[in-house]
Design a protein around this ligand. Structure first.
Ligand SMILES: Cc1cc2nc3c(=O)[nH]c(=O)nc-3n(C[C@H](O)[C@H](O)[C@H](O)COP(=O)(O)OP(=O)(O)OC[C@H]3O[C@@H](n4cnc5c(N)ncnc54)[C@H](O)[C@@H]3O)c2cc1C
Length: 530
């Protein structure tokens, strides 16, 4: 089994979703089939991937003026679909979520949760590799092999992907022959269909979400009205995410960004959903549908139902290949959550009372023991997300110089300061295993990626933060004109006396000071230059 992905893992919609582990409550009125799938998989994922799920619970909140009939329909719909649903009075709802407005009339409590798509994807990839699968990232399918009757494989073009993964050289193409090909490319499914000469109608849509710089709520808060724009807030680690809008676009990668989409004021809250199509998924057997053997597409669905979709497509492929085997993915825990007692032991060992240790242990699951048990000092490198050096080094062991992969694995640089105080600390962990130019290149790539998330909202505090980050990275660290990065090291770099900027303090002594600080586990919050 080979998975080919043109970007990194989670490159597509998965890395940009809302982070909601659906209970199904959202679809309990309009799309009951999806609601039933969601509650089934919600239970499975809480079981097999507990280290990627935060069991926050959720509320559907009715405000004064919201229709009573819809509230009753929602409640009845949840119960019909097997979703545990309990009515809360206004007082009970506000006791659970004190920031709810005083206009709350009542609420329905459901088992919504928060899910980390990055960790869950990586856990699945590790599991696939453990079972003999090959994962090829930065490998784009540029054509299908075979003829008009049968698909016999794919032609991929390898791109650059730093790190220790096995992949071809950038620009090289490779033909991968396969007994069966599955097209699971989400919004891009139509493009693969085109290569095969079959028509797959995809209606891609874009959505805007606002990531708050603090976690205002601890449960998922939905407005109890017909589904619409900006009617849900999902707590996610140290933040809360408000969303989403839903607008159809022609191309999943090339779409306009509208002014209203970046306004702080969300569009009309609770407006009717213009694309209220089913969230169910479909398996398109191209042999049955188009007389084309060897290819099936799977489209639609939700992140919450990914495992169910994978089970259905795997069973389908097995049937085609004459393999008879029972699917076990609903029962076998994913790597990192195999054994909850290991997680508990890790939390005890590393100090449950410390939020940093708890968060590290939660992120690492059953690997916490291995990663965190070193005797080396383990300071926090990313203050906002409480990511320690041990976690960053562990991620570097797995991803090499790809600091974006390190970011995805650990969440380092994804907090409020958007990497202002930690990108350089992450890059410095690459040295001496990787040389200076590689560490600088990795740092610049990470800055580029972080900038993509910041550049659309440059006003107020976000603008101040961006200006501060610029001051740190460009002015202090000279990243806007660095002779090493410019490839002019030989001619110019040697003439720089970097020590002269340090008020006479030698590098060795400042390093010794830093080590002493590390040994005490002190995090300076980025206030001391390092
Ligand atoms: C705004 C928004 C918010 C959402 N929030 C939630 C939520 O909170 N909870 C939830 O359960 N669901 C949510 N969803 C739905 C969910 O995100 C998607 O259903 C899910 O992520 C789709 O996964 P996928 O693997 O099918 O597609 P993708 O994650 O898009 O994966 C397809 C992959 O195929 C790759 N690819 C494409 N073409 C090629 C090629 N030629 N060669 C190689 N690789 C290729 C792409 O790079 C991509 O990574 C949300 C969706 C949107 C749009």
């Amino acid at each position: 089994m080979t998975l080919v992905e043109k970007g990194n893992l989670t490159h597509g919609t998965t890395g940009r979703m809302h982070g909601l582990l659906h209970s199904g409550g959202r679809y309990a009125v309009s799309d009951k089939a999806s609601a039933e799938e969601c509650i089934e998989e919600n239970r499975v994922l809480r079981d097999i991937a507990s280290h990627c799920v935060e069991e926050t619970g959720g509320q559907f909140v009715q405000l004064e003026g919201d229709p009573d009939e819809y509230f009753e329909e929602k409640l009845a719909g949840c119960r019909e679909c097997g979703i545990p649903a309990e009515v809360l009075s206004a007082e009970e709802a506000r006791e659970e979520e004190p920031y709810l407005t005083k206009d709350v009339k009542r609420a329905i409590r459901v088992p919504d949760g928060a899910i980390d798509p990055f960790r869950l994807c990586v856990a699945n990839a590790i599991s696939a590799e453990n079972h003999g699968g090959r994962i090829e990232t930065h490998a784009e399918v540029v054509d299908l092999l075979g003829d008009s009757d049968r698909v016999t494989g794919v032609k991929v073009r390898h791109d650059s992907g730093p790190g220790k993964r096995t992949h071809g050289k950038a620009g090289e193409t490779e033909e991968i022959r396969a007994e069966y090909v599955v097209n699971a490319t989400g919004a891009w499914a139509g493009q693969i269909g085109e290569m095969a000469g079959v028509d797959i109608e995809v209606r891609p849509s874009k959505g805007v979400m606002v990531v708050m710089n603090c976690r205002q709520v601890d449960t998922v808060i939905n407005r109890c009205r017909p589904k619409g724009d900006a009617d849900i807030v999902v707590p996610h680690e140290t933040t809360a995410i408000l969303g989403t809008t839903d607008e159809e676009v022609a191309d999943p990668e090339d779409y306009p960004e509208e002014r209203w989409e970046v306004d702080l004021e969300p569009p009309e809250v609770g407006s009717a959903d213009p694309t209220d199509i089913t969230r169910d998924y479909f398996l398109l057997d191209h042999e049955e549908r188009d007389d084309l053997h060897g290819l099936t597409s799977i489209v639609g669905g939700k992140f919450t139902t990914y495992r169910m979709m994978a089970e259905e497509i795997s069973d389908h492929v097995c049937e085609q290949l004459g393999v008879s085997a029972e699917c076990r993915t609903a029962d076998v825990p994913l790597p990192g959550s195999e054994d909850e007692s290991v997680l508990d032991a890790g939390m005890d060992r590393f100090g449950l009372r410390s939020p940093v240790a708890r968060r590290s242990a939660q992120r690492l699951g059953s690997r916490a023991d291995d990663v965190l048990s070193s005797a080396d000092p383990n300071p926090v490198l990313c203050d906002c997300e409480a990511v320690t050096r041990a976690e960053v080094r562990d991620a570097i062991d797995q991803s090499g110089t790809d600091l974006n992969a390190v970011r995805i694995r650990t969440r380092a640089s994804m907090g409020n300061c958007q990497g202002g105080f930690c990108c350089h600390r992450m890059a410095s962990e690459l040295h001496p295993e990787f040389d200076e130019p590689k560490a600088y290149a990795a740092l610049d790539e990470l800055f580029d990626e972080r900038w993509k998330g910041e550049r659309h909202a440059l006003w107020g505090e976000q603008l101040s933060q961006a200006a501060l980050n610029y001051a740190l990275h460009a002015t202090t660290m000279n990243r806007d004109r660095d002779p090493v990065a410019d490839g002019q090291r030989d001619e110019e770099a040697e003439s720089f006396d970097f020590a002269a900027f340090d008020a006479g303090e030698s590098r060795a002594s400042s390093r010794a000071d830093a080590d002493a600080a590390d040994a005490t586990g002190v995090a300076d919050g980025g206030r001391h230059g390092d």
